[in-house]
Design a protein. Structure first.
Ligand code: TXA
Ligand code: MG
Length: 317
């Protein structure tokens, strides 16, 4: 079921099978976006509520125009600068985007991933007439997103093997956090989910100030208060914390923060980028060790640190 043969994945996806695919952010559970029964199975496999919209993945910014009816100039500039890359744009949908994909909303989310395996896969599928892949993160709904093929196997292996679906192994995801989602239906960008493309990046590239609130905020499942959660309880602490730590507890912080006595260190990322890259693997490792609690010292700062803290706060909720 796990393969690194891109041609095999192309054939499977073109014939209605599901295939977990590597992207630079996290692994996605992909299906042909125009194959209703395959898309329905994505919801079943993940145990995802039917009204949560999916992201359509395409090979190039040009291909995104088949799914998004129109974009403001700032969004055209943003996609030209960032795609392929860890950015999802939500825009007014075309007729191609079904209610199943959009959750019945008038908008559709589209992204052009940069992972070379995803790029090759999408390019080859396009030549076979497949115009896009839906690909929510390849985890059970509400769980931690997968950043390598064995994470996908742990969450969805049983479903995928039973149904003769695939996992395309492209190694570790480079970023490790889901894409930045930007709403592009108005005069200003609205960030629906922070990620590796930061607010500062968006303002620098577009020359437009990011709006702080949306008047008609669409649904984003990653914005539920509790999401991205391991089984262990995640507790956010200060570096100087002197609380009494229970048994069977793990610890995650930047490398310069020493390990409190009695805690099992799950990771020592040297940089903020490393923190994002290792975060989900560390949370999953805590579950593999049957830890009851994982104490985390949040990284400080703007940019990617904000995206990490967004996920940590939801994991801790
Ligand atoms: O990095 C990523 O974006 C990964 C990789 C696999 O591409 N995908 C991902 O998919 O994180 P998912 O389904 O786990 O998260 C997609 C988010 C959901 O929270 C969903 O609600 C939101 O995108 N979304 C999709 N369509 C939307 C729309 N029309 N309006 C607002 N939010 C939308
Ligand atoms: Mg997800």
């Amino acid at each position: 079921m796990i393969t690194n043969d891109i041609a095999q994945a192309v054939a499977a996806l073109a014939s209605g099978k599901l295939c977990a695919i590597p992207t630079e952010t996290v692994y996605g559970l992909a299906a042909n976006a125009l194959d209703e029964s395959a898309v329905l199975r994505v919801f079943t496999a993940k145990d995802r509520p039917a009204d949560h919209p999916l992201i359509v993945h395409v090979a190039t910014a040009q291909d995104a125009n088949e799914w998004i009816a129109e974009l403001p100039q700032w969004a055209i500039d943003l996609t030209a600068a960032v795609w392929p890359g860890p950015l999802t744009i939500v825009g007014t949908r075309t007729a191609l985007a079904s209610d199943l994909v959009t959750g019945g909303q008038g908008t559709v989310a589209v992204r052009v991933p940069s992972h070379p395996v995803a790029q090759e896969l999408l390019g080859k599928l396009k030549m076979q007439g497949v115009q896009g892949l839906v690909a929510p993160s390849a985890n059970r709904f509400g769980h931690v997103s997968p950043t390598n093929a064995s994470h996908v196997l742990a969450d969805l292996g049983e479903y995928l093997s039973t149904n003769d679906d695939l996992i395309l192994d492209g190694g570790d995801c480079q970023v490790g956090l889901e894409s930045t989602i930007v709403l592009a239906t108005g005069p200003e960008p609205v960030i629906l989910r922070p990620g590796a493309i930061t607010l500062a990046d968006i303002e620098r590239i577009t020359g437009v100030a990011v709006a702080t609130t949306s008047t008609d905020a669409p649904r984003v499942s990653g914005s539920l208060d509790s999401h991205y959660s391991p089984l262990a309880k995640v507790v956010l602490i200060d570096a100087e914390s002197t609380i009494e730590f229970g048994s069977a507890a793990g610890f995650l912080a930047l490398a310069q923060v020493p390990t409190p006595t009695g805690l099992l260190r799950l990771g020592s990322p040297a940089t903020i980028d490393d923190f994002a890259h290792e975060l989900y693997g560390c949370l999953r490792a805590g579950d593999d060790l049957n830890l009851e609690t994982i104490y985390v010292v949040q990284p400080v700062g703007q940019g990617l640190a904000q995206a990490i803290n967004d996920r940590l706060q939801r994991a801790a909720f």
